[in-house]
Design a protein around this ligand. Structure first.
Ligand SMILES: Cc1cc2nc3c(=O)[nH]c(=O)nc-3n(C[C@H](O)[C@H](O)[C@H](O)COP(=O)(O)O)c2cc1C
Length: 343
């Protein structure tokens, strides 16, 4: 297989605490996109809870679902993989990218890139347990760039169907710029489809990443939270149509839709805490130039109703021209990913 297995080849990234089923559903409704990912599901302890892993498999019509597993014990990771695959996950993915201090301490995520022998056993065990598609999502390395190709080769040799690379080192966390040259390198040297990820802030950057690196698909994380219509804009650029240009009202309606979806997904019947909406707002507000005062004002509001009313008051009068949500990056508030590609 050299092509990415799902169309269109644009993917919503896994994001811990953010890409819940509710959020995936709202973002996919603006689509089109080929695949959405769960946040990592942690395998730890002596045995797995099958029910917990089965619960992660919440599918959307017409969009593939990748369930990501994080851990370091090959047998348990294989068991978890088998459970999510049997429950209908279209892809089982292994997390080789989490850069947090906690993950490093627990020897999971990007830390596994330092241990090729253990990593090989994990990959083979998971591969053996997944009858369908199996993938890995990795950083370029833990504390060095030098082994990026060796990591890719190991993933390929262990039978993954595709890999996603976020070309920063684990120790970089989110600092600096994603080095798209690593995506090009893996794409050139490996036989399996390579998905590129990192700093695709504007719709046009997604097309540029494909052009510059030859990657089989593009995965977007923070940029899709900052601009929920970015997948739609990519599709419009590809079709040669004028891309959608969201206004302040669209941002407000989006937050209200998120609230509704999050409310519907709640099982405990208690009122939705405002925290998750504020988290989404903090991504959206990155597209509003000079928004410090707005941020301060609305973040002090303590209930969902007050918060959403405050956001509406602050944002609904903003015209599309005042926002950095243009497909081509009208204001370029975010750095663009491949500054290094030209070097
Ligand atoms: C809040 C947050 C949570 C994340 N959680 C995960 C995760 O659970 N699994 C994973 O593989 N990557 C995770 N990532 C990394 C993203 O999937 C992605 O690789 C990274 O943000 C770079 O892509 P971007 O520039 O499109 O955001 C997370 C990123 C953020 C910002």
């Amino acid at each position: 297989m050299t092509r990415f297995p799902f169309e269109p080849p644009f993917i919503l990234a896994p994001m811990e605490g953010i890409t819940s089923a509710a959020v995936r559903g709202v973002l996919a409704s603006y689509g089109p996109l080929g695949m959405v990912c769960t946040e990592f599901v942690r395998v730890a302890g002596e045995k797995i809870s099958e029910a917990h892993f089965r619960r992660q498999v919440t599918k959307l019509p017409g969009v593939a679902l990748s369930v990501q597993i994080m851990g370091n014990e090959p047998r348990l990771m294989a068991e978890a993989s088998a459970v999510v695959a049997a429950a209908g996950a279209d892809v089982v993915d292994v997390n080789l990218g989490c850069p947090t201090a906690c993950a490093a301490r627990k020897n999971v995520g990007a830390a596994l890139l330092k241990q090729p022998e253990l990593l090989g056993r994990i990959l083979l065990a998971m591969r053996g347990a997944v009858p369908g598609l199996f993938s890995a999502k990795l950083r370029a390395g833990f504390d060095t760039w030098e082994d990026a190709l060796a990591h890719g080769r190991l993933v390929e040799a262990c039978g993954a169907d595709f890999l996603t690379v976020h070309p920063r080192r684990g120790i970089d966390r989110y600092r600096g710029i994603a080095d798209w040259r690593i995506i090009s390198l893996l794409r050139r040297e490996l036989g399996l489809p390579v998905v590129g990820n990192g700093d695709v802030w504007y719709a046009q950057d997604a097309l540029r990443m494909i052009e510059e690196t030859g990657c089989a698909a593009v995965m977007l994380g923070r940029p899709a939270l900052r601009n929920p219509w970015i997948f739609r804009q990519i599709n419009e650029l590809l079709a040669g149509r004028e891309p959608f240009s969201p206004s302040g009202v669209d941002l407000v309606v989006h937050l209200r839709r998120l609230r509704e979806a999050m409310d519907t997904g709640r099982l405990d019947g208690r009122p939705l805490p405002v925290g998750p909406l504020k988290e989404q707002f903090l991504f959206l507000i990155r597209a509003v130039p000079d928004a410090l005062t707005i941020r301060r004002r609305v973040l002090s509001l303590e209930t969902c109703d007050d918060f959403l009313d405050g956001v509406e008051e602050a944002l609904s009068s903003l015209a599309a021209e005042q926002l950095d949500l243009d497909a081509r990056g009208r204001y370029g508030l975010e750095r663009c990913g491949s500054a290094l590609s030209a070097a």
